[in-house]
Design a protein around this ligand. Structure first.
Ligand SMILES: Nc1ncnc2c1ncn2[C@@H]1O[C@H](COP(=O)(O)OP(=O)(O)O)[C@@H](O)[C@H]1O
Ligand SMILES: [Mg+2]
Length: 266
């Protein structure tokens, strides 16, 4: 946290491109991409399927190195997986042989946190997302929405500064998504993390974000970036009626629609 004042930029993506080579084929997944994410910003990214969104996340989290360019966390290059960056994916990846609480405690266990402290931290998070009473349940006993909440707090448990979320609410129904979106904004506001959130749902992107990034069809590049001029805290149950929501949505849809249509031609 000490470096925050000197680095108002949490994450810098500089001239990053990525080529996959498989079976003699070269796929340019990401074109030279520049992006700066501010400390404690909620940034969302939308783009047509296959445009390189997950590739960008995998590069940021350090799963593999970019073909060119550089990614910096508070000014320092990222070398491999770091605990400062948490990753929440669409599949919840909960361990089926562990209860909800044991799943949330897992990253703390790995870190060697004493059992009592671990349990207190896990229980506090479990309560925050309305899962009190389910701590001893097994993943198979939980609904999809509950599992995804558990997945998110498991990542929050080890307190990363930056959290990447790759379509975390994708498979959930509309009402469950709304509830989880609201909870996520509450968590974000109290935990003060930097969040990069990928979604294919432009409404979700606008409702959650400080800034929305639209990516072009493959090979992906950043096409449009827009600020969302809606104050916080936001009530996501009502936000669709807000004129600022509709104006921002319209502006971004014009940009995104063109990219989505490219995909439907091929
Ligand atoms: N591990 C990989 N090996 C080869 N090609 C890949 C790999 N991962 C992704 N790709 C290709 O890179 C492009 C971008 O993929 P991805 O980042 O998953 O897109 P998105 O998340 O936007 O849907 C796609 O054409 C995809 O087929
Ligand atoms: Mg993806």
């Amino acid at each position: 946290m000490a470096s925050e004042a000197t680095h108002p930029v949490a994450l810098s993506v500089r001239g990053v491109s990525h080529v996959f080579r498989t079976k003699g084929r070269r796929v340019l997944a990401l074109q030279a991409t520049d992006l700066e994410v501010r400390e404690r910003e909620f940034l969302t990214i939308v783009g047509p399927s296959g445009c390189g969104k997950s590739t960008l996340m995998n590069l940021i989290v350090g799963l593999f190195a970019p073909s060119s360019g550089q990614i910096l966390l508070r000014g320092a290059p990222i070398n491999g997986i770091t605990r400062s960056i948490g990753y929440v994916t669409q599949a919840d990846n909960l361990y089926p042989w562990r209860t909800l609480r044991q799943n949330v405690e897992f990253p703390l266990e790995v870190r060697g946190m004493p059992a009592r402290e671990r349990r207190a931290r896990a229980d506090a998070l479990i309560e925050r997302v309305g899962l009190s009473g389910f701590g001893d349940s097994w993943p198979y006993e939980l609904s999809g929405g509950m599992r995804q909440r558990a997945n998110i707090i498991r990542t929050l448990a080890y307190d990363p500064d930056v959290i990447l979320m790759d379509e975390p609410f994708g498979p959930l129904d509309a009402q469950t998504r709304l509830i989880l979106q609201n909870q996520l904004l509450d968590l974000w506001q109290s935990e003060r993390k930097t969040v990069i959130f990928i979604t294919h749902d432009l409404g979700e992107a606008v409702a959650l974000a400080d800034r929305v990034v639209v990516m072009s069809a493959r090979p992906g590049r950043i096409k449009t970036v827009a600020e969302v001029p809606i104050p916080r805290p936001r009530d996501l149950f009502e936000i669709h009626a807000d004129e600022r929501f509709r104006d921002t949505y319209k502006l971004l849809w014009a940009s995104l629609e063109e990219e989505v249509r490219k995909g439907s031609d091929s």
